[in-house]
Design a protein around this ligand. Structure first.
Ligand code: AKB
Length: 329
């Protein structure tokens, strides 16, 4: 990777992946692709940036040529809940956008990372120790685009030799940019609520297990996979990766270890609950461990300690208003 383009660089993952890539590969070698989400000043000032709408196939080639891009991190997507509210837009961004990225990569020989998700699974998938290769019949438009995106990316690899690689991310817990419109967002919101109010109303049931991952591990997964020796890769699109599996009761208990009077109550959101019920309780990520040495650092206690420490520091200096509640996507 010499010259990198991050599409969706102002989003939840992009706002942390772009600075990490700039640190590792040189600030001027990583272009921040921005579109609807407002980027931070730091993102704009720490390296090159371009406005790119990936649903318009004409917009990518000039940027690829201008910066001699050889690697694209394609992070543009509408998450699961917002994708149910706006399914056509979810398809436009997730599928037509991906097709444009793959086409430009075929022409200019770029490597491509496009995250998939636990959303690529559905109720007919084995939900405990979900295997790497298994039934994928998701019930959301987000999931449909993720499965189709996995297939399309494998097709471009096999048919045209485009170096496509991907992971199935679980819910990602982050403290820089909040997620917006996802089913797993509660696992981020709970920390802000715990620090601000010592109480949280959870939209999914107390015993609903889901895979989760702390952002530093999510960044490592993307970069490590793109750096992996291709001769070791038996899979490409996409690898199961997980770091921890918990339900709301477990994270609440962990938070109470540091905020003893923290209280959780439940007001079930039927859409979020039915999506969560159709996703794995815990994935088997042994293929990622075998093929490119995936080994996450953060478990539930380690992540909770770090998240609470950082969220408390932010509270002392006053939360920026965009960080208090879920963002509109
Ligand atoms: C969502 O909840 O939609 C995402 C995901 C697990 O892909 N965070």
């Amino acid at each position: 990777m010499k010259n990198i383009l991050v599409i969706g660089s102002a989003g939840q993952i992009g706002s942390e992946l772009t600075p990490e890539l700039r640190k590792r590969y040189g600030h001027s070698n990583v272009v921040a692709g921005i579109h609807k989400t407002r980027p931070s000043r730091e993102l704009l000032e720490s390296g090159p940036a371009e406005i790119i709408d990936i649903t318009d196939g004409e917009q990518l080639p000039p940027v690829i040529r201008k910066y001699k891009i050889d690697t694209i991190y394609n992070l543009a997507a509408l998450l699961s809940v917002v994708g149910e509210a706006r399914p056509l837009e979810a398809w436009q961004v997730g599928m037509n956008g991906l097709l444009n990225v793959l086409e430009v990569s075929r022409e200019y020989r770029c490597a491509v990372f496009t995250p998939s998700s636990i959303g690529a699974f559905g109720l007919s998938t084995p939900l405990d120790n979900t295997p790497q290769d298994t039934i994928q019949r998701p019930q959301t438009m987000y999931g449909v685009t993720k499965v189709a995106g996995e297939l399309l990316s494998d097709y471009y690899f096999k048919r045209f030799g485009v170096d496509t690689r991907s992971v199935r991310y679980p819910g990602i817990i982050s403290n820089v940019t909040p997620p917006g419109g996802g089913t797993t967002d509660y696992a981020v919101e709970i920390f802000y609520a715990a620090v601000k109010e010592k109480k949280f109303t959870c939209p999914i049931g107390p015993n609903t297990f889901l895979d989760m991952m702390y952002m530093p591990d999510a960044l490592e997964a993307a970069i490590q996979l793109m750096e992996a020796d291709p001769s070791r890769l038996k899979h490409r699109n996409s690898f199961n990766v997980t770091a921890m599996s918990f339900c709301p009761e477990m994270i609440a208990e962990e938070i109470r270890g540091q905020i003893p009077d923290f209280k959780i109550s439940y007001e079930i959101d039927p859409i979020k609950q039915s999506i969560a019920d159709s996703w794995p309780n815990k994935m088997d990520d042994s293929c990622a461990r075998e093929e490119w040495d995936w080994n996450p650092k953060y478990d539930l206690p380690g992540m909770t300690k770090d998240m609470l420490g950082i969220t408390e520091k932010k509270a002392e200096s006053g939360f920026p208003s965009s960080e208090i509640g879920p963002r509109a996507s």
